[in-house]
Design a binder for this molecule. Structure first.
Ligand code: GDP
Ligand code: GDP
Length: 438
């Protein structure tokens, strides 16, 4: 995964979230004309022509009220220009060019990042004619689309995918130092954790700038363990201008995630897990990152009985499902409880993510499991899985060779994944299963 980020900008109601959903091919977000409607997803991962990239709907971060909007949108566009690799500037053919479009175009024309002007709601040929007025905004790349029907979005995606660099697929060598990212909502204790670790030992080797100027990699040698913590400028010293911008913290978290091997996701024990946390969690999973969940501020939970942690953990795991095979640790950063344990778990997950299973062992175990419980028969034909092998990828992936690869259904895939996890330690690691024609 390249870590390439595309930001969708534009004034309200031009169709940003409709386009966002189309790019992600999912309809979860609420699209609505009512102002002030909060949408449940503002960022995600899109795949096109073999390239994966982050997509951010900046509109999802702005309250849809006209007064605060103008000020917010200026900040939002500014941040999007700084933080993303490509901007999609959406305009609406139905309204024509508005003052706000002009104003945004003025800012965006000076962007050092590429900007594609996307004219939306071009639902028919009449609108196509009207849309030509947008050339006057002065952008080189102009696209005419209908997010509603999807027309034109394929061409747009082709152009987006074309400028994304190829993923580097080199496998990490054994001498690589594990990279951790601390992620989580504001105020869960990320910077406190970082400071506690910095304070824990003077033996910090160095601060190395990350691959983007926004991240800092700090090399630690704590109690004979070596690791690199990736933190973002936002964690270390809260950048004043952007403090109030949720969008900013999300985009930074995604960047840190892209550079990490394992993400330490912090939750506030008193708040429980939020929808935003689950988004970040599943995004990390889709990016193939290792995960450890830290339930922080555990000291604030009163009257802890013998079962408190166990019950809390059970409930949390059910929310994390289907990827619930992750370490969950109850920490208190302020009381220095289990902080080092968290790092140890991170290192363990890092090792799990590198785990390679010998083909002979894999087949011995998995063919037995398949023998014990066969895939259901389809159209009167038995599905026969003959052979399993682990693929040479960053994150564990397995290919199952069989006669009818397209007919293996999700429940059976879950069964196979569970069997893999029962027999080999992949805790905290997303595991991918592929089915191929024998
Ligand atoms: P946002 O505020 O920019 O995120 O805009 P939304 O995605 O919420 O869309 C605003 C309105 O425009 C909604 O009623 C959408 O259904 C509508 N809309 C979005 N795309 C299209 C399109 O391609 N054609 C038409 N006719 N309507 C669209
Ligand atoms: P960040 O925004 O995620 O970086 O969160 P901070 O590290 O700035 O912490 C937010 C607040 O929570 C601060 O007042 C911390 O002192 C407090 N805090 C952090 N960790 C703990 C903890 O384990 N227990 C308690 N009681 N407070 C904590």
């Amino acid at each position: 995964m390249s870590g390439f980020t595309v930001a969708i900008v534009g004034r309200p109601n031009v169709g940003k979230s409709t386009l966002f959903n189309r790019l992600l091919e999912q309809r979860k977000a609420i699209v609505d004309d009512v102002s002030g409607v909060t949408r449940d997803r503002q960022y995600g991962i899109a795949d096109w022509n073999g390239k994966s990239f982050n997509v951010i709907d900046t509109g999802g971060f702005v309250p849809r009220s006209e007064e605060i909007f103008e000020r917010e949108i200026r900040k939002q566009v500014q941040t999007a220009m700084e933080e993303s690799n490509l901007l999609l500037f959406i305009c609406d053919v139905a309204t024509g060019i508005t003052d706000l479009d002009q104003e945004m175009a003025h800012v965006l024309r000076r962007s050092s990042k590429p900007v594609y002007l996307v004219i939306n709601k071009v639902d028919n040929s009449n609108r196509m004619l009207e849309a030509t007025e947008f050339y006057s905004l002065g952008f080189d790349k102009v696209f005419f689309i209908s997010s509603m029907s999807g027309s034109g979005t394929g061409e747009l995606l082709d152009e987006v995918a074309a400028i994304i660099p190829e993923d580097e697929q080199a496998l990490p060598g054994d001498d690589e130092v594990p990279k951790f990212a601390i992620i989580g909502q504001p105020n869960v204790g990320k910077s406190s954790l970082l400071n506690a670790l910095i304070g824990a030992e003077r033996n910090i080797v160095s601060d190395i700038p990350g691959t983007t100027r926004d991240t800092i990699h700090t090399h630690y040698k704590l109690f004979q363990k070596e690791f690199i913590l990736i933190d973002t400028a936002g964690i270390r010293r809260k950048a004043k201008v952007h403090e109030d911008l949720e969008f900013y913290s999300v985009i930074r978290a995604i960047k840190a995630m892209d550079e990490a091997d394992v993400c330490l996701l912090l939750l506030d024990a008193t708040q429980g897990i939020t929808g935003q946390d689950l988004n970040i969690f599943s995004m990390a999973g889709r990016k193939g990152k290792g995960l450890v969940v830290l339930v922080n501020k555990w000291d604030l939970i009163d009257d802890k009985g013998t079962n408190t942690a166990r019950d809390y953990e059970k409930e949390l795991r059910s929310r994390l499902a289907p990827f619930s095979n992750v370490p969950i640790i109850f920490t208190s950063v302020t009381e220095k409880q289990r902080i080092f344990r968290a790092i140890e778990e991170g290192l363990r997950v890092y090792e799990n993510r590198k785990r390679r299973i010998a083909t002979s062992k894999l087949n011995e175990v998995m063919l037995k499991a398949i023998e014990a419980f066969h895939p259901p028969v389809v159209r009167g034909i038995a599905i026969k899985i003959k052979y399993v092998t682990q693929l040479p990828t960053h994150t564990p992936a397995f290919a199952f060779f069989c006669n009818l690869p397209d007919d293996v259904k999700q429940p059976y895939k879950n069964y196979l994944e569970n069997k893999l996890r029962e027999n080999f330690d992949f805790e905290g690691v997303p595991v991918r299963l592929f089915f191929r024609k024998k």
